[in-house]
Design a protein around this ligand. Structure first.
Ligand code: GDP
Length: 424
């Protein structure tokens, strides 16, 4: 059995969805193992252009089973909306090609409320949350104060569990945030509406995966966000609230015995970042606007303009190490074609020292980028499909990154379409 994880090396939005869509042709099962509906994986293929938030990106391939594992934040409401939207574009989504783990915990209506309330309380110190309720959800999951999807199959027990949670959660809503409390009727209405819609997809996906493993099926693990947003290894507290690293994939998927044979780390040919927090190589002004426009760097979920800058070798090398990547997909190389000189952040300046090691989060805000320039290639490369046909300057850029980050670059993407890829 050959398993693979597709993960982000940087701050997210590297083009993971695009790579999963490409690579699923060789896999039987695709599992999302963490995160929630705050993802924005854009996929362009023969069926159209899609912005996926919670659905695994293997949903377009016939015969592929897509699983939302126990590690995800299961937002029934946004999942249902997404199923409707994608199905309206002609993609068949049934309990045969989409399965939801009975052990995935439910993101409840109050999680979204609390996300907004806390960001409002923080004012200018806010984390830049997408306000999808992810942080309050994971806090509750680890406090054992939410319910699992499988409980939707047992309404009587579910009601009594929700009553217990309600009493506790209303204390926070009313006393901490001065917000309106929830009633059990509201919650049961929500269960009757969205819970019912998702119910047919819920099953013991752990058993399904163990069976798939026994039959030597190939499993692809799909991450959300990137190493620098990982709760334990990222730029805490400006991280997400789950583990985006590949090492978590077997646990969050429901197949803890899985060995991951290949970790494909997705790296963008420049840097982008959504939300708050230190972003050392950030560009501002016209320079940033130009790159943002060239790369169409606006959030798929929120439409927010993304912060952009040159590739950051220090952060990328660290991301590769955290992910234990065995192969890199370098995406959006075509976007840099407009630049005469290609900037690269090669080191950081920290106090009086220069360093090539990624600093501890508390020091990151003080780091300054040391930028060097490489030759640009000065022509459109979006139609190139072989390594030999890439201009020499573009090849040199790829080879330079490969050497500096210490991992083979096996894929170079030059466009959003499925076939706009160079295999090395
Ligand atoms: P993800 O969350 O990691 O899947 O990344 P996003 O989907 O948020 O962002 C990647 C964006 O870049 C999407 O709009 C993709 O369609 C687009 N994209 C992916 N690869 C390429 C590429 O090689 N060139 C260009 N121009 N666009 C790309």
């Amino acid at each position: 059995m050959s398993n693979c994880a597709i993960v982000g090396i940087n701050w997210g939005d590297e083009g993971k969805g695009r790579m999963v869509d490409l690579i699923t042709q060789d896999y039987d099962v695709v599992v999302r193992y963490q995160g929630g509906g705050n993802a924005g994986h854009t996929v362009v293929n023969e069926k159209g252009k899609f912005a996926l938030h919670l659905l695994p990106s293997g949903i377009f391939r016939d015969g592929v089973v897509n699983i939302l594992g126990n590690g995800v934040a299961l937002d029934c409401e946004s999942l249902w909306k997404e199923i409707q939207e994608v199905a309206a574009q002609g993609v068949s989504i049934t309990p045969d090609n989409l399965m939801v783990s009975d052990r995935a915990s439910l993101l409840l209506p109050w999680h979204r409320d609390l996300d907004g309330l806390e960001e409002a309380r923080l004012k200018d110190k806010k984390y830049g949350s997408t306000k999808q309720g992810i942080a309050p959800f994971y806090s509750d999951k680890f406090q054992k104060k939410t319910v699992m999807a499988g409980e939707l199959l047992y309404p009587r027990q579910l009601r009594s569990h929700l009553e217990d949670l309600l009493e506790w959660k209303n204390l926070t809503l009313t006393k901490v945030y001065n917000a309106a409390p929830y009633t059990i009727e509201q919650l049961m209405d929500w269960v009757a509406d969205y819970g019912e819609k998702i119910r047919p997809f819920i099953r013991d996906t752990g058993a399904f995966l163990r069976q798939a493993q026994a039959e030597n099926k190939r499993v692809l693990f799909e991450a959300q966000l990137g190493a620098l947003r990982d709760l334990d290894y990222g730029i805490y507290p400006y991280t997400t609230s789950s583990n985006a690293v590949a090492a978590y994939a077997p646990v969050g998927s429901g197949l803890p015995s899985a060995r991951i044979d290949e970790v494909i780390g997705v790296v963008k040919a420049y840097s982008s970042c959504v939300g708050e927090g230190p972003f050392t190589c950030e560009w501002f002004g016209e320079e940033a606007d130009r790159l943002r426009e060239a790369g169409n760097e606006y959030g798929a979920k929120t439409g927010r303009p993304r912060r952009v800058g040159p590739i950051d070798i220090v952060a990328t090398r660290y991301g590769v190490q955290c992910q234990a990547a065995t192969n890199i997909a370098l995406t959006k190389l075509d976007v840099l074609s407009y630049l005469d000189k290609i900037p690269v952040c090669v080191r950081y300046e920290l106090g009086s020292q220069q360093t090539d090691r990624f600093p501890f989060p508390a020091l990151l805000a003080e780091a300054k980028p040391v930028v060097e320039y490489m030759d640009g290639w000065g022509c459109d490369i979006s139609g190139v499909r072989t390594w030999e046909d890439l201009p020499e300057a573009a090849r040199k850029y790829v080879e330079y990154i490969e050497k500096e980050i210490g991992c083979r670059i096996g894929y170079v993407s030059v466009g959003p379409e499925r076939d706009a890829i160079i295999l090395r």
